[in-house]
Design a protein around this ligand. Structure first.
Ligand SMILES: Nc1ncnc2c1ncn2[C@@H]1O[C@H](COP(=O)(O)OP(=O)(O)OP(=O)(O)O)[C@@H](O)[C@H]1O
Ligand SMILES: [Mg+2]
Length: 397
């Protein structure tokens, strides 16, 4: 089982590369599903066929699915979400929790993720390729399972307890609506399912590929995505530079573009050290249909195996030292100044730019104090040592 996610700035060719990669996998004998979490639904356009909300066969061993997440949401989670929001609002939650809630993406994307889980668990596929929404949305989407999982763990049980303990008071004084047992059951199931999705996406069989076009602005965004995806514990295993002009004797306009692209591509090769940078030529026509897509993907990957197992450590790595431990989190391309770190009880709050990750520390680390931190060679290293008395904890590092 292999899960591949394709992401990148709007219009760079995510759907085309996702569809092509899937067509190539199917041609190699794998039962393949390519699934879109994007409301724009351009997969149907890429294959040049009608595609429904269930997997639709478009070729031998090749299926396409465009999730109608909005509909699913209306059916299953609308009520639960309204309830949760009303409770949070009425009871008043921890400031950090409230902040985290504001970065939660729309429920549509949650549902798209749940569909991925269902398809993976169905056992029907050897390969699932996910055509993700443009970068910013995708990042939030990918971060979601963890953020929501955190929310479920920290806020909900508390709310459940609070609601239970204060039930008489709350109903009278604050007017908090009482949840039916089904609300909590539904919420717990959602939490468990999202947790599974997160494990799948951060697991050893999943990886993310960044699609870009050789333009400075697009490449800059891809670099930020690499950092952010790493922050959230996803493995990025390659870059696809799409719409590369083939060199040819031509007019100055074309020669100018070829030279400009070559400069950006050289930069890209330099930035994404350790990752393959595959190239895809700007074709004379839009690659539409299974054959054209497969041909494009075959050119992109050349001799390399598009389904090769991703290498790398995964979310974070803890090594024991004499009196403590070091936690390492891969954060490519960031400097110390861009990283903010705070300790909250058994969690580390790592912020890079406008992105934040809550790392729940393993029990062995949770009882230690943060002794210091640094960023070195694309890696955040946090040193822990034996805890001082409880009152000394909770400081920022
Ligand atoms: N290498 C290529 N050569 C020629 N045309 C291409 C190439 N790659 C993509 N295209 C065309 O560019 C357009 C945009 O591609 P695509 O829909 O794959 O981008 P996207 O990143 O998925 O866009 P969106 O952000 O809107 O989802 C499509 O019309 C597609 O056929
Ligand atoms: Mg698309």
């Amino acid at each position: 089982m292999r899960i591949l996610l394709l992401t990148g700035k709007g219009g760079v060719g995510k759907s085309t590369v996702a569809a092509g990669t899937a067509a190539l996998a199917a041609a190699a004998g794998h039962r393949t599903l390519v699934l879109s979490t994007d409301a724009a639904h351009s997969l149907a356009d890429a294959f040049g066929v009608e595609v429904g909300p269930e997997p639709t066969e478009v070729g031998e061993r090749l299926f396409v699915q465009q999730v109608d997440a909005q509909l699913r949401f209306q059916q299953s989670w609308g009520e639960v979400q309204r309830y949760l929001l009303s409770v949070l609002d009425t009871v008043g939650v921890d400031r950090l929790a409230a902040e985290e809630l504001t970065v939660l993406p729309g429920a549509e994307e949650v549902l798209a993720l749940l569909e991925l889980r269902l398809q993976v668990l169905s056992g029907e596929w050897d390969v699932v390729v996910v055509d993700c929404a443009p970068t910013a949305e995708t990042l939030r989407l990918l971060a979601l399972p963890e953020a929501l999982g955190w929310y479920m763990q920290r806020v909900l049980p508390t709310q459940a307890r609070v609601v239970k303990a204060l039930k008489p008071v709350l109903t009278r004084a604050a007017g908090v609506p009482m949840p039916g047992g089904s609300v909590f059951e539904a919420v717990e199931r959602l939490h468990a399912e999202l947790d599974e999705v997160r494990s799948l996406l951060q697991g050893p069989d999943a990886s993310v590929r960044l699609v870009l076009t050789p333009e400075a602005v697009v490449a800059a965004e891809a670099r930020r995505s690499w950092t952010t995806l790493s922050l959230y514990g996803y493995r990025v295993d390659g870059v696809v530079a799409n719409r590369v002009f083939p060199p040819a004797d031509g007019d100055d306009w074309r020669a100018g573009w070829v030279a400009a692209q070559a400069r950006v591509l050289a930069d890209v090769e330099e930035s994404f050290v350790g990752l393959p940078v595959w190239r895809s030529e700007y074709r004379a026509a839009e690659p539409v249909g299974v054959d054209a897509l497969r041909t494009l993907a075959a050119d992109v990957y050349g001799g390399s195996d598009p389904l090769a197992a991703p290498v790398g450590e995964g979310p974070f790595l803890v090594t024991r030292t004499g009196g403590g431990a070091v936690l390492r989190l891969r954060l490519p391309l960031v400097t110390r100044a861009e990283v903010d770190l705070a300790r909250r009880h058994d969690e580390l709050v790592v912020t890079v730019g406008s992105y934040r990750r809550l790392l729940t520390l393993p029990a062995g680390l949770a009882r230690l104090d943060v002794a210091g931190a640094r960023v070195e060679e694309g890696e955040l290293q946090v040193r822990f040592h034996e805890a001082r008395p409880a009152h000394a904890r909770g400081e920022s590092a």
